[in-house]
Ligand binder design. Structure first.
Ligand SMILES: NC(=O)c1ccc[n+]([C@@H]2O[C@H](COP(=O)([O-])OP(=O)(O)OC[C@H]3O[C@@H](n4cnc5c(N)ncnc54)[C@H](O)[C@@H]3O)[C@@H](O)[C@H]2O)c1
Length: 281
């Protein structure tokens, strides 16, 4: 029975993941190397839950109870008590492999270690542990409290039982789980990122302005947000990193990152977070 969930990394994704678990009645231990990130995460969760209360979707008592189920710490030793772990630290293969090795040494034997990675091989993370059958991808979408999809990634050695447990957990969170195999980009980024990359090519080649490309996809294809607006939201550095993973991992030139995307990232034009991307913020 899963009661205590460990979440490692309290950034954009980690705080959202911690929030949905406490809202669903789990106790969460949120761990980050940086105390300021933990403080910020608590603030974000507080604010997000307040919005649910304002909209009448959550009672004040339930909000207080949810906040009471959240504890934070700067040491992963806290996760020895966890029944399930979600890792959401920086998208760096070396950092994640090191962490999985440590988590494996520390977590109880039956505990599933999941990763929120957007693009790193789950099989590789599993191979850093002595429990590769209990390592899987649990890819939440941003913003986590609002987006209902969770992509569950099955590594080469992940057991059917681990996938079943993760899928059930998604249902308890009110999310819809979709299973994907462990190939570069899984499903979400395999389909989304080449579309964004192609939109950047269209701008580079003068086929259309960013506004024109976004308007075509919004009004013509009924996308809620144009691909370049979405790229600015995700971060152009993140888009470039994912395209690089697709290109390296699949080897097909159709995945080559657009030179304009590279140039914008080199200039520090990363989208919303830097104030400048395809649009100015
Ligand atoms: N941002 C998105 O839209 C998005 C969407 C889906 C998946 N992801 C994936 O989620 C993960 C986290 O992304 P994010 O955007 O939340 O990153 P972020 O940079 O906002 O947060 C990462 C956090 O991890 C902490 N951290 C780094 N190393 C650590 C360690 N060894 N132990 C504990 N904490 C550590 C950092 O202090 C930071 O607070 C990445 O794997 C990313 O690919 C991101």
């Amino acid at each position: 029975m899963i009661k205590v969930v460990g979440v490692v990394g309290a950034g954009t994704m980690g705080n959202g993941i911690a929030q949905v678990f406490v809202q669903a009645g789990f106790s969460v231990r949120l761990v980050d190397v940086a105390q300021p990130m933990l403080d910020r995460a608590r603030g974000s969760i507080d604010k997000s839950l307040a919005k649910f209360v304002e909209k009448g979707k959550l009672s004040a008592a339930d909000r207080d109870a949810a906040l009471g189920r959240l504890t934070t710490a700067t040491s992963i030793d806290e996760l020895a008590a966890a029944d399930y772990v979600v890792e959401a630290i920086v998208e760096n293969p070396e950092a994640k492999r090191n962490l999985f090795q440590k988590l494996d040494a520390l977590a109880k034997p039956g505990v599933i270690l999941s990763s929120n990675t957007s693009s790193i091989s789950i099989t590789t993370l599993g191979a850093a542990t002595r429990r590769p059958d209990k390592v899987l991808g649990m890819h939440f979408m941003n913003p986590v409290p609002l987006m209902t999809l969770v992509e569950l990634i099955r590594g080469q050695a992940t057991s059917a039982e681990s996938m079943r447990v993760a899928s059930e957990l998604c249902t308890r969170l009110g999310k819809t789980a979709v299973e994907a195999a462990d190939y570069p980009g899984f499903i979400a980024n395999r389909v989304l990122m080449p579309m964004i990359n192609e939109a950047v090519f269209a701008v580079m080649e003068g086929v259309g302005t960013p506004e024109a490309v976004d308007t075509v996809m919004k009004l013509g294809m009924n996308h809620p947000m144009g691909p370049l607006t979405l790229a600015d939201f995700i971060g152009l550095d993140v888009c470039l990193a994912i395209m690089t993973v697709l290109h390296d991992g699949l080897g097909d030139p159709k995945y080559r990152p657009c030179p304009l995307l590279r140039r914008m990232v080199a200039a520090g034009h990363l989208g919303r977070k830097s104030g400048q991307g395809f649009y100015t913020y």
